[in-house]
Design a protein around this ligand. Structure first.
Ligand code: NAD
Ligand code: USQ
Length: 397
């Protein structure tokens, strides 16, 4: 197939591009390098030394004999150039990773909120409008988030996108129907993903676009089979207070002897998936598209759920690290349960990597190896969810 990867220079996009190229597909990366520029803004670098995009692509051609093409383009702004590129390249599928994905970054200031909304909503909408403009039948595979559901489910299992409900219809009695699971975002970033979902519903209904929305949990790990093949192919590893995600942060903190930063009681339960499974799931989603006229296909892309304090305990036991319960900078429930259905990928043959299988390798091969690249000043999370003094979790606010 011919595949276009929007955001193909990022943490999930780069290993996905390599994986799909290794499977024999023609791959083109489209990226505006905004993630690298945000590192400059935040005065931080990936824990792993990442090569320039040009060096990455040359290294991939050297080790695989496959050429990945790349275009530097802002999907949220350069609509005409992007539409022309789509019309010229004629991909069978576009995988859309090209959004600002850090919740803390999206909450920093009004500027960061507006940037996240402008960038993410326009990138998604430009992609959909451009496909309609070209008249091509292109399958869109979007990377969404488990966070669209919210995390408090009162004991029920989160279904894959749609919820069966019974409604009291007065004299017509009880009516059963299926609705899009009610959106409950916990940050401006997560809110953009809930709004993406409405764009998808509309374009699937009005223009018969074929769309898969992958509701992904927190990705952990660094390397995949392909990124291990050459030092210039290494994937990025974010550890800072804005972009570092919880499990990778804890692994890095343990490696440098920094007490694990558990927010509040650590009772937050979240869904997790290893980066190797991310790339496999995207491949499975591409191979199993919806038909034209189908509703948006929503798949939950996660493997297991864990409570933050249990992760901290697990890593502390494995490494001897200390645990520090810090004030929670976020406005989120201190404690929640989370049960998630991931039947759709399991049925397609995903054989998932679980924490118990992968953690040790991650600690020794990545976090310890690159520990001296860490700037400890960048570890604390200083983006607050509310600007009001006092406890940001006060339920009265
Ligand atoms: P990332 O920031 O590492 O990568 C995103 C890439 O998109 C970057 O290379 C960036 O330069 C590019 N980009 C952003 N806006 C663009 C634009 N307007 N035009 C062109 N390129 C643009 O993020 P990631 O961790 O790889 O996440 C990718 C996607 O997966 C995101 O949409 C995110 O919401 C989703 N996701 C990520 C995780 C995770 O834990 N990392 C979990 C669930 C879902
Ligand atoms: N947390 C800590 N200590 C830390 C960092 C985080 O306790 O040092 C807590 C947070 O308060 C939160 C949980 O860990 O309760 C998860 O935080 P995170 O930063 O690992 O993940 P999150 O902000 O939810 O965002 C990440 C990705 C985002 C993706 C989302 C999937 O950055 O792109 O959409 O995971 S999900 O969480 O399933 O919605």
């Amino acid at each position: 197939m011919k595949l276009m990867i929007l955001g193909g220079d990022g943490f999930c996009g780069w290993p996905t591009a390599l994986h799909l190229s290794a499977r024999g597909h023609d791959v083109m990366i489209v990226d505006n390098l905004s993630r690298r520029k945000i590192d400059v803004e935040l005065e931080v670098q990936s824990l792993t030394p990442i090569a320039s995009l040009t060096d990455r692509l040359e290294a991939w051609q050297r080790v695989s004999n496959n050429k990945i093409e790349a275009r530097i383009l802002d999907v949220s702004k350069d609509f005409d150039a992007f539409t022309a590129l789509l019309a010229d390249y004629k991909p069978d599928a576009v995988v859309h990773f090209a959004e600002q994905r850090a919740a803390p970054y999206s909450m920093k200031t009004a500027h960061h909120k507006r940037y996240t909304v402008d960038n993410n909503l326009n990138a998604t909408h430009n992609l959909l409008a451009a496909i309609v403009e070209t008249g091509l039948d292109i399958h869109v595979v979007h990377l969404g988030t488990m966070g669209v559901y919210g995390y408090g489910t009162a004991g029920m299992q989160i279904p894959e996108g749609y919820l069966n409900v019974k409604v009291d219809a007065g004299e017509n009695g009880e009516v059963e129907t299926e609705i899009l699971y009610p959106a409950n975002p916990g940050s401006i970033y997560h809110m953009t993903k809930t709004q993406d979902a409405l764009f998808f519903q509309y374009y699937a209904k009005n223009d018969n676009l074929r769309i898969t929305d992958l509701h992904q949990g927190i990705v952990w790990g660094t390397q995949t089979e392909e990124t291990k093949k050459d030092p210039a192919l290494i994937n990025r590893f974010d550890y800072d207070g804005d972009y570092g995600t919880v499990l990778n942060r804890f692994l890095m903190q343990a490696a440098i002897g920094y007490p694990l930063t558990v927010h509040g009681t650590g009772g937050q339960t979240r869904a997790f998936i290893h980066i190797q499974d991310t790339v496999r799931c995207v491949e499975l989603a591409i191979e199993n598209p919806p038909e034209r006229g189908d509703r948006v296909k929503i798949r939950n892309q996660m493997v297991e759920t864990h409570r933050v304090r249990d992760l901290a305990d697990m890593i502390a036991e494995m490494t001897g690290a200390e645990i520090d319960q810090v004030d929670n900078p976020r406005n989120e429930a201190d404690e929640n349960d989370l049960h998630v259905s991931n039947d759709s990928f399991i049925e397609l043959g995903l054989d998932p990597i679980t924490l118990d299988k992968g953690l040790f390798e991650e600690v020794t091969e990545i976090t310890k190896k690159f520990a001296d690249r860490c700037d400890r000043r960048r570890i604390p999370c200083d983006s607050l969810w509310t600007s009001v003094d006092g406890n940001p979790n006060d339920p009265n606010k």
